[in-house]
Design a protein around this ligand. Structure first.
Ligand SMILES: Cc1cc2nc3c(=O)[nH]c(=O)nc-3n(C[C@H](O)[C@H](O)[C@H](O)COP(=O)(O)O)c2cc1C
Length: 337
């Protein structure tokens, strides 16, 4: 059981085997960050959750969120919703837009989403979930993947059954965030359960939850916890994590990374919109470094992108990767999956 599991071969011909993916994160995983993180070595990227209804309605904001660039490939578009017909139609739209795969969000714990029957609410009824998967498979030529929680709550941790239904329905992989819906972001991801599912499953299982260093991720792969690992919050604190997983020696040059982030953001969004999103990324990048708190306050007192850039250059040229201390403080303890 301590042997590694084989890697994901779904995109082998065009992109090679997959061992690590960037987790989808709402408000973070837009085309700008996905492009940056692909350059930083992530092998696959996935969009944040998009409303299937919004896609079918042709909502401007939802369609905008579906945009991606060629450099991101392989890129998946994640959708959520409660209605089988609408989800299937949305899958067809994603396919038409040229994405490499469609991912379904079965992990979102947010009340507004689950009360409507979307996200993790599907886990409560694996039979219905199977019907949704078959219906979506019937309209797709590109792969269908899913991202789930371990179950709805402690008493109904049915991820083993959900993974079996997914495999029988022709799904290409199951990414498991190792917490129940009821847990939200509290406690720790249950990697033992992820491992159990991975060894029982006939399709690849991607393990997700709480990996913040390359050593932790590598251990999960080497000890056969999953076929691949998915990293979310850890990549914001340590954007070099994927390069390290590729066996490369990163330069830990945060200033260079930020420079590139500004460049891509301005190119894709224009200075005004780039300014708004870059502020929060700078705050995350600074987490754990000395004087990050006054720096954060200054970020939010800036007025435009030039002021922000100057501030960032001042701050990040004065720090070294070694000066970071992981304060262990909870970091982004909420999200849509
Ligand atoms: C701010 C934020 C937004 C998120 N948005 C999504 C989302 O849109 N879709 C999804 O499947 N998961 C979403 N998640 C969950 C992550 O993909 C991941 O499962 C979770 O953060 C645990 O992994 P980590 O410990 O590596 O961050 C989000 C998480 C956070 C923190």
């Amino acid at each position: 059981m301590a042997l590694p599991l084989p890697p994901i071969t779904l995109f082998r011909d065009r992109f090679g085997e997959v061992r690590h993916l960037m987790a989808p994160m709402a408000g973070i995983s837009d085309t700008v960050f996905r492009s940056l993180i692909r350059e930083m070595g992530a092998q696959v990227v996935i969009s944040e959750l998009l409303s299937a209804e919004g896609l079918v309605r042709g909502g401007k904001k939802t369609l905008e969120l579906m945009e991606y660039s060629e450099a991101e490939r392989p890129v998946g578009i994640q959708i959520f919703g409660h209605d089988i017909k609408t989800m299937s139609e949305a899958a067809r739209i994603v396919q038409g837009a040229g994405a490499d795969f469609v991912d379904i969000n079965f992990g979102c714990p947010v009340k507004k989403v689950v009360c409507d029957g979307g996200g993790a609410a599907w886990l409560k009824d694996p039979v219905q979930l199977g019907k949704l998967l078959s219906s979506m498979k019937a309209v797709l030529r590109i792969p269908l993947t899913i991202k789930v929680r371990t179950g709805w709550d402690e008493e109904s941790r049915n991820v083993l059954e959900v993974a079996r239904v997914a495999a029988e329905s022709g799904v290409s992989w199951v990414a498991i965030h190792g917490r129940t819906r009821a847990q939200g972001y509290s406690g720790l991801a249950d990697w033992e359960l992820i491992r159990k599912v991975a060894w029982a499953s006939s399709i690849p299982i991607i393990g997700n939850g709480d990996l913040v260093t390359a050593a932790q991720a590598r251990e999960k792969l080497e000890k056969g916890y999953a076929h691949a690992v998915m990293i979310g919050r850890g990549a914001l604190k340590n954007p070099w994590i994927f390069r390290e997983l590729l066996g490369e020696e990163p330069d830990f040059n945060l200033l260079k990374l930020i420079d590139r982030h500004f460049e891509i953001a301005i190119e894709k969004k224009g200075a005004a919109r780039a300014y708004l999103t870059l502020k929060k990324f700078l705050a995350w990048y600074a987490a754990g470094y000395p004087y990050s708190s006054p720096f954060r306050a200054k970020i939010f007192a800036t007025h435009d992108i030039d002021e922000l850039k100057n501030l960032a250059v001042d701050f990040f040229s004065g720090i070294s990767a070694e000066s970071r201390v992981d304060d262990g403080k909870p970091f982004l303890m909420g999200g849509h999956g």
